[in-house]
Every structure is written in C-alpha cells, then in structure tokens.
Design a protein around this ligand. Structure first.
Ligand SMILES: [Zn+2]
Ligand SMILES: [Zn+2]
Length: 300
C-alpha cells in the first residue's frame, strides 16, 4: 500500500488539538517521515505507527513547527535500542544543530545516524520501490518540497492462463517481472500470453511551506495526490503573501494547473478553530480536495 498518514496539520502554534506539521508516507511496510514538528513522537504512538520502521526522515525547512520534534525522536529511538541506519535529509545547518544537541547531553546513539544537507533540487533516495526527490518552494527561509514516486509495479499474473500452460508456481514471480517461460519440450510461452501489463507507479508530492508559486508545477505535475499548505482562508491573501504562505484558493489553483488527481490541504493557522470553510473554499476551485486530518490515512 502507498499512503500518507497525517500526524500534524497545524501551523506554528499547536491549537485546538492540532499539532505542527508531520506526516508519514508508507510504502509496502516502510515508513518515511516528512517533517517532525513538536509532538510527532506522541502522534506516532497515538496512531500506532512503528517508529522502528522509519528509515528516512525528510525535513522541509528549519522553522520550528517542522523540526522541533526531531531531536526527541532521534533520542528516543536510541533509548529504545534502535539498530538500523537512520538517514535524515534537511537544509543546512540541521546537522550542526542535531550534533550540538547530542554533544551537550553527552549522548551516544546506539544506531548510525546520517544527516544529509540538501542544497538544491536533487534525487535523495532511489531504491527498487521508490524514488524521492526534493524541490525548492517559495518560503521566507530555504525550504524544500518532496516528491515520492513509486516505481513501476510488477506485471499482473493471469493465473488461469499460467495453469493452462502448465507453468510451475515457483516461476510466477519471474513471469511478473516480464520473463518468458520455456517448457520442457522446448516450446516458448510468451510473457504477454500469461500476464497483464503493470500498473504505472503512483506519485505523491508534499509541497511544504510556500507562497503561491507556479514554478512548483513542473515538479508535481500529474501527481496522484499532493499536499499543499493553506495557512489562511482566501480573504487573507495579503497576509499570506507577506508571510510566504498560501490560501485555500491558491493551493487549489496550483492543484488545478498541475493537473493532479487529488489535493490535501493543511498547515492551518491557529487563528481558526474549525476547518470546514477551508474545504469549501478550496473545492470552489478544485473539487477533489480534502482536509488533511490528523490520524487519517490517505491512499495515494
Ligand atoms: Zn510551517
Ligand atoms: Zn515555515
């Protein structure tokens, strides 16, 4: 399954039971954490997401509402006896900040921690299942969004046909990977006759904190789902602009222009106690919009 679980959907100050930004992208049992605002650890526990399954953490920028929970999580993993390598990606000087926090506490982590600074649009992770890239957004300080692209899926097996051709079950995985099968009598079974084409991999984009900026579009174009911040309702466009944030209709317009399938909105200002209006306004421009609600898992 390829999905995103929201841990925090609020902006700077926690309010109305909402937490600062954090979300978990899950693909086939692996968890990738995106931003780590204060309270992320507790939210992981609340929603029963295994910390030990997190191998990569992506930090968009160094405003506190996006990383003040990071040192706590790093520390707890060590106390819990975490063993696997942890890779953290974020802008400079994240590495120095974390290293200083560990140094003054005389903390020796019991697992390898690698902090990688990101400085420009780049590919951060590329394994057999997933490719993660980052791109600049337009915020008050250096800030990055992330795209998660699922690699092409295996071909689908037509079980009846495979049985008809007497292909042994141990060969099924190789069929799914596109191989032909040669029978004992030397006749060839073409892959296309026993499998169906693979589904294209899906794409999710996290657009971080940003003001309205169409230069984001090439990075997120055609995505199956994007998350775009909507700190304010649309009547506060000027305030959004001056604080390098976006409004509902601006986020929806980006989604529409980028031709994405679904829009999640979040990073709500603490001045709003209810969120219905956010959804209604965004839907005026882009119908398939949903509020990014904490604890909810959205399938990509
Ligand atoms: Zn923020
Ligand atoms: Zn920010």
């Amino acid at each position: 399954m390829f999905a995103v679980t929201i841990l925090g959907n609020n902006s700077a100050v926690p309010a109305f039971d909402r937490h600062p930004t954090s979300q978990v992208v899950t693909l086939d049992g692996n968890n990738y954490l995106v931003d780590c605002g204060e309270g992320t650890q507790i939210q992981l526990i609340n929603y029963k997401i295994r910390r030990s399954k997190i191998s990569h953490i992506f930090i968009s920028h160094l405003h506190g509402d996006h990383y003040f929970g990071l040192i706590g999580l790093i520390n707890s993993l060590s106390l819990l006896g975490h063993k696997q390598e942890m890779h953290v990606f974020g802008p400079s000087p994240l590495k120095e900040i974390i290293e200083l926090q560990l140094k003054v506490a005389d903390t020796q982590l019991c697992y390898p921690l690698e902090i990688h600074h990101i400085t420009e649009a780049a590919t951060l992770l590329d394994n057999e299942k997933l490719r993660v890239k980052c791109f600049r957004t337009n915020h008050r300080i250096e800030c990055y969004g992330f795209t998660f692209e699922q690699k092409k899926q295996p071909r689908k097996l037509n079980l009846e046909k495979a049985k008809e051709f007497d292909i042994p079950a141990v060969f099924y995985d190789r069929l799914k990977n596109g191989e032909n099968y040669t029978r004992k009598d030397g006749t060839l079974v073409e892959n296309e006759s026993v499998t169906l084409p693979a589904e294209a991999g899906k794409k999710y984009a996290f657009c971080a904190d940003t003001k309205y900026d169409e230069t984001l579009i090439p990075h997120i174009e055609g995505a199956d789902m994007i998350y775009h911040e909507t700190t304010y309702l649309d009547n506060l466009r000027e305030r959004a602009e001056s604080r390098f944030h976006s409004t509902t209709k601006q986020a929806a317009l980006i989604a529409q222009k980028a031709g994405v399938k679904k829009l999640l909105i979040g990073h709500f200002s603490s001045k709003y106690d209810t969120l219905e209006e956010f959804e209604a306004e965004a839907r005026e421009v882009f119908q398939n919009t949903e509020l990014a609600l904490e604890g909810v898992c959205y399938e990509v």
